[in-house]
Design a protein around this ligand. Structure first.
Ligand code: PMP
Length: 389
């Protein structure tokens, strides 16, 4: 479409026309029979997309930070110890949020672009008794992918609940709540879930709900309190009307369409497609002699790429040149390296064609910013990698 740019930031992403069309349907009552059916289906599909067999889904109006808040408000009581497996900006945010609810937070950090080893996590869990271990599956500020299966296993061995921030990963990265023993995972609509911003999604497993029910202090956040939302989610799934706060009717309709498309593709196929997108993007970037923030490919995300600028390229110029070439990219977010890198999102409905268009715009942006490169080498490498995956 002329005049339209390709949105390749790590959320919000490019949304499918069918999802946007569902949002534009006339708004119905939140207790109308057809909406009850749509919301009920969306909750069932949420559980399936999170690969949870017995988790309780919560879908609530708000951004991803509300989903973090729901986890913190409902699971933490003053004095509880929490270990934050921290790989960037969103680990810091989670720690600060948990402290608001009275948690005693310990951060396990690694140098920027790296991740704490399972050995270090194990040692810390052996040293101290933690109620929760939180981990950001993909920290959007670094593009580092955590070993969620490994962290969840260790948390369980040490009697702690494992809470996963999946905002930049769910429906793109492999995440198996039940098989891996993840107790809570949450996300937001605007990334690989494929729906415009405005929905917080969370699935709480049986151990998390038991910990919530065993609280001795009341939840100190009124809106996020699961005692308000649990009966609502249960009612809609049982196809009964219920009210606590008016659900965002149009967004829920769009969510149901998007989750349906995700499940039609199939979770395994979807994980595989994200691996192809990541391989293509990374091959393109490497062929342009750019390094990336994650220090090793085996823990670089598949939903986004975080390339470092070559020396002497100005962030502001590069991003506006890439935009003029038709692709919107994101600047840096991690405070320690903010101007040293940029971010490319490749998730949800994105295709290899979108990645090729992006690498083309990166080449144009770099060339216009004064970087010496042979035009087309990034594109050729990306196309080759996509074909080989
Ligand atoms: N966690 C992660 C990993 C994120 O990427 C984001 C958003 N970029 C959030 C939490 C917060 O989500 P939101 O901006 O929707 O509040």
């Amino acid at each position: 479409m002329k005049g339209r740019n390709l949105l390749m930031v790590p959320g919000p992403i490019e949304f499918e026309p069918a999802v946007l069309a569902a949002m534009a349907e006339p708004t119905t009552s939140h207790v109308a029979a057809d909406f009850i059916e749509v919301f009920g289906q969306a909750l069932e599909r949420t559980r399936r997309v999170f690969l949870s067999q017995d988790g309780q889904p919560f879908v609530v109006a708000g951004s991803g930070t509300l989903a973090m808040d729901m986890a913190g408000a409902n699971l933490v009581e003053p004095g509880d110890r929490v270990l934050v497996v921290n790989t960037g900006y969103f680990g810091d945010r989670f720690g600060a949020l948990l402290e608001r609810y009275g948690a005693v937070v310990a951060h396990l950090r690694a140098p920027v672009g790296s991740r704490p080893s399972l050995e270090a996590i194990e040692a810390e869990l052996s040293r101290e008794d933690y109620k929760l271990v939180t981990v950001t599956q993909v920290d959007t500020s670094t593009g580092v992918l955590a070993d969620v299966a490994g962290v969840a296993r260790l948390a369980r061995q040490h009697g702690a609940l494992c809470v996963v921030d999946g905002v930049c990963s769910v429906a793109g990265e492999e995440l198996r709540m039940s098989a891996w023993g993840v107790d809570v995972a949450f996300s937001a609509s605007q990334k690989a879930i494929g729906v415009p911003p405005g929905l917080a999604l969370l699935v709480a497993g049986p151990r998390a709900l038991a910990a919530f029910r065993a609280r001795v202090t009341p939840v100190s956040n009124y809106y996020a309190d699961w005692s308000h939302w649990l009966p609502i989610m249960e009612a809609y799934e049982a196809r009964r009307p219920a009210y606590f706060g008016t659900p965002p009717v149009n967004l829920v309709a769009a969510l149901n369409v998007s989750l349906g498309r995700i499940l039609d593709e199939g979770m395994e196929e979807r994980f595989g497609r994200h691996r192809v997108l990541a391989a293509a993007c990374r091959a393109g970037i490497k062929a342009l002699r750019l390094t990336q923030v994650p220090r090793a490919d085996n823990f670089a995300a598949h939903t986004m790429t975080a390339p470092r600028y070559p020396e002497s390229i100005s962030a502001a110029n590069f991003l506006s040149f890439a935009h003029e070439a038709g692709v919107i990219l994101a600047g840096g977010l991690h405070p320690d390296i903010r101007n040293q890198y940029f971010r490319i999102g490749h998730m949800g409905p994105n295709t290899v064609g979108d990645v090729l268009a992006t690498i083309g715009a990166v080449e144009t942006g770099l060339a216009r910013a004064g970087y010496r490169l042979e035009r087309g080498v990034g594109l050729a490498a990306a196309a080759r990698a996509a074909a080989e995956e």
